[in-house]
Each structure stands twice: as structure tokens, then as C-alpha cells.
Design a protein around this ligand. Structure first.
Ligand code: GTR
Length: 405
């Protein structure tokens, strides 16, 4: 392992002039040296190679669906959010034939005025889903993280703007969320309480960490939440946008890469291990992220610590895996830790894959001024302000959803 966080963070670079010279491979250059010429070759050959690379080197294998999955409606309120929404709390139960069990809790708001199935935004939340709403009668969640400091009444509603449920409902969208701790409590030793306990007798064994990661568990949970939305008559599951902020923005990208049912993929300030190019080594770098969060990635990712230049890929490959579905990469001007320019550039360099499908890339390699989003199948948005998901970010995401849904 590398140095401690305190040691490693001292060297974090925020000076554009000190970004090392780096080379990026083209996602179209196949393993055998043959260049992908069209969408057919991409979908049938090259895409799978890149996906395998990410599974082995970064986020791990995608676990299967459990032997059984069932949905328990725990509460329903027909006059939620000032009588504009129907609210459901659903416990998604996972079972294995050998008796192992796990569950996750999902909160869903549906617009009451809808005449038929509506598109939906789905994202994992930090803390517990009670922080996304000011309705006092939803249950507290997030208790799967031992000692979760937000598993209490006082934390209710403390992330309202980040979720903007009322605005989504007003615009005719459903809003769904699950607390990420339900899938993998976000700590180094969260393995035993994670979904990997369904699949392994000893989920904390190093051999499991060699194959899997917390981000992989979180992304799997998004796919299982989508399984539920497919059964919900008032949701159009062919029009689900997956979104996430920060570590959950990294997760949204991986979910979009591994599950092609997600129709629109939004990474909000996802940074290192998300949309940002590793090789720029600007802001957070591999050594720093692993010193705090080794569980987020598979163990083989460690070899890139202080060795980003040796990577046979960079995050434009991850964006490419989403092609040709629309993807939005969002940054914040005050969030240099996440490297806004590196986030932008992964969108720039993914464009050649989108081009195979006739889909629009960013159309420029010059960063747009703040608060001037670029809209297209690859969209980029750099909001003025700090690391957060705000109403201004939502305005852009809703505009994209209005365009594509
Ligand atoms: C930071 C981490 C970032 C980002 C952020 C978050 O501590 O270094 O990569 O994921 O947490 O998720 O809020």
C-alpha cells in the first residue's frame, strides 16, 4: 500500500502548468491492434474488452441477480408533498437458495397528475433516504452502517436541494432513491454487511476484494432498484436516468456502463475514479483515494498508485462504455479536488465512440465558460460553486431529460 492520506495529500497538484505530459489511448484501438471501424465492431468486440478491463482493474465483477428478489410495500401515502405525489417505501428483499438474505429500502415519489407511466430519476443517497425529504413520516434508513451518525430524526431533510423531489414531481418525473449503505456500508470493513454476503461465505476475505468493490455493490443496487421500477406501473422503466453525486457519481457511471437499461447517465462532480482523467494527476489521485477508500476499488487497482502513466486506459474509456446513450458530466468551479478540466476531457475523448453511432460529442475541446452547459449525447456542465448537487445542476439534468424522454 501507498503512504498515508496525510503524506499523500501534501503533493496534490492544483497547478495546470504542473500537469504531467501524458498520452491517452484511443478506445477504438483494440487489444489485437486492430482499430474498430464501426458501431457493430464496437458493440460486439471492443466494448466487451474494455468492460472486462474495468472489471479486473477498477470496479470488479458484476454480481448476478440473487436467486430470488421480492418487493414489500412498506408504506404508501397518496397525498405526499402537499398532495402532488404518491409516495411509496418499498423493501427489496434478496434471497439465496442456501438461506442467505439481504435487503435494501427504496423511496419513490410519483407525480399524482400523471396520466400514464412517467420517466424517472434514480440515484443512491448518502446518509439515509430520510435526508432527501422533509416528510417526517418516512422511515429512517442507513442503519446498515454501524454507528451512522445520520440515522436519527435530526438529520431528516438535510439534503433537500440535492434531491429536489418537489421540482422533479412538478416537471412530471418520478424520483427514486436508496441509501448506499444498504448495499455496502461505506467503510473499509463494510464487507460482511454488504450484498457480497449473499454470494460468499466469507465476504471479508481478501479473495472477495480481489474480485469486487464497494462501487460495484452500489452500482448493482442501482440495477436492482431498476428491476423494481420495471414492475411499477406508473414508471416508464425505458426512460430512467441514473444520477449520483461524488462517489455516487462514480457509481452512476459504472452503473450506466454495466447496465444498458439506464437511458441517461448523470455524474455530478464525480472526480477521481469517476469522470476525471487519472493521467492528469490534478486534484485527487489514485494514491490519495486509496489511502482513504481502499474498499471502493478492487485490489489490483493499487498498482496504479503513483503510477497513473502505466494505465492502459483512462476514464474516457468509461464514458465510451455508455455510448450512444446520453451521458452528462458535471463539475463545479470550486471543486478542483475533482478536476473539472479532467472531467471535461474524458467527455472530449469519448466522442469518437459516440461518433460511430452518429451521436453528438461535445463538439469542442475547449472548456465552456461556467454555467454554459453543452447539450448533446455527451453533455458537459460546469456550475459556479462548490462540490454539491444543487438546484442549478437539476435545471440542466431536467432539461436533458425533457430532451431525451
Ligand atoms: C472525497 C473523495 C472524493 C469524493 C468525495 C465524496 O473524500 O476524496 O473522491 O468521492 O469524497 O464522495 O463526497
Amino acid at each position: 500500500m501507498g503512504r498515508s492520506y496525510e503524506e499523500a495529500v501534501k503533493e496534490v497538484n492544483y497547478d495546470e502548468a504542473k500537469v504531467p505530459a501524458y498520452t491517452l489511448s484511443s478506445p477504438l484501438a483494440g487489444k489485437d491492434g486492430v482499430r474498430v471501424k464501426n458501431a457493430f465492431e464496437w458493440v460486439n468486440f471492443r466494448r466487451g474488452e474494455i468492460l472486462d478491463l474495468y472489471k479486473k482493474e477498477v470496479y470488479g465483477e458484476v454480481p448476478p441477480r440473487p436467486d430470488s428478489v421480492w418487493f414489500e410495500l412498506v408504506s404508501r401515502k397518496d397525498d405526499a408533498l402537499e398532495n402532488t405525489a404518491v409516495r411509496k417505501e418499498v423493501r427489496v428483499h434478496f434471497g439465496m437458495n442456501n438461506g442467505r438474505k439481504h435487503f435494501m429500502d427504496l423511496l419513490l415519489y410519483l407525480p399524482k397528475t400523471a396520466k400514464g407511466p412517467v420517466p424517472a430519476f434514480l440515484g443512491l443517497c448518502f446518509k439515509g433516504y430520510h435526508v432527501t425529504t422533509d416528510e417526517k413520516d418516512v422511515r429512517l434508513t442507513g442503519g446498515n452502517l454501524a454507528g451512522n451518525p445520520d440515522f436519527k430524526d435530526e438529520s431528516r431533510g438535510n439534503s433537500l436541494e440535492r434531491w429536489s423531489h418537489r421540482e422533479l414531481i412538478r416537471r412530471g418525473y418520478a424520483a427514486a432513491t436508496v441509501c448506499y449503505h444498504d448495499l455496502f456500508p461505506d467503510c473499509k470493513d463494510g464487507w460482511n454487511q454488504s450484498i457480497y454476503s449473499l454470494f460468499y461465505a466469507d465476504p471479508a476475505a481478501p479473495s472477495v476484494h480481489e474480485k469486487h468493490s464497494a462501487i460495484g455493490a452500489w452500482a448493482w443496487g442501482l440495477s436492482r432498484a431498476l428491476d423494481y421500477l420495471e414492475t411499477e406501473p406508473m414508471v416508464n422503466a425505458a426512460e430512467v436516468a441514473v444520477h449520483g453525486h461524488s462517489r455516487l457519481g462514480k457509481t452512476a457511471l459504472w452503473a450506466g456502463a454495466t447496465d444498458r437499461r439506464f437511458r441517461l447517465v448523470i455524474s455530478n462532480d464525480s472526480g477521481c475514479g469517476g469522470a476525471a482523467l487519472f493521467k492528469r494527476c490534478f486534484g485527487e489521485v489514485v494514491e490519495v483515494i486509496l489511502s482513504n477508500f481502499p474498499h471502493w476499488f478492487v485490489t489490483s487497482f493499487e498498482k496504479y498508485s503513483r503510477n497513473e502513466a502505466s494505465m492502459p486506459f483512462d476514464q474516457h474509456f468509461l464514458i465510451s462504455l455508455i455510448a450512444p446513450r446520453p451521458v452528462c458530466i458535471a463539475s463545479a468551479t470550486g471543486d478542483l479536488w475533482a478536476d473539472p478540466k479532467g472531467e471535461f476531457l474524458s467527455g472530449v475523448h469519448a466522442a469518437e465512440v459516440y461518433g460511430l453511432f452518429g451521436a453528438r460529442g461535445l463538439g469542442t475541446d475547449v472548456m465552456p465558460p461556467p454555467d454554459t452547459p453543452i447539450t448533446g449525447e455527451i453533455s458537459y456542465h460546469n456550475r459556479t460553486g462548490k462540490h454539491d448537487q444543487t438546484a442549478a445542476d437539476w435545471a440542466h439534468y431536467l432539461a436533458l431529460a425533457d430532451l431525451y424522454f
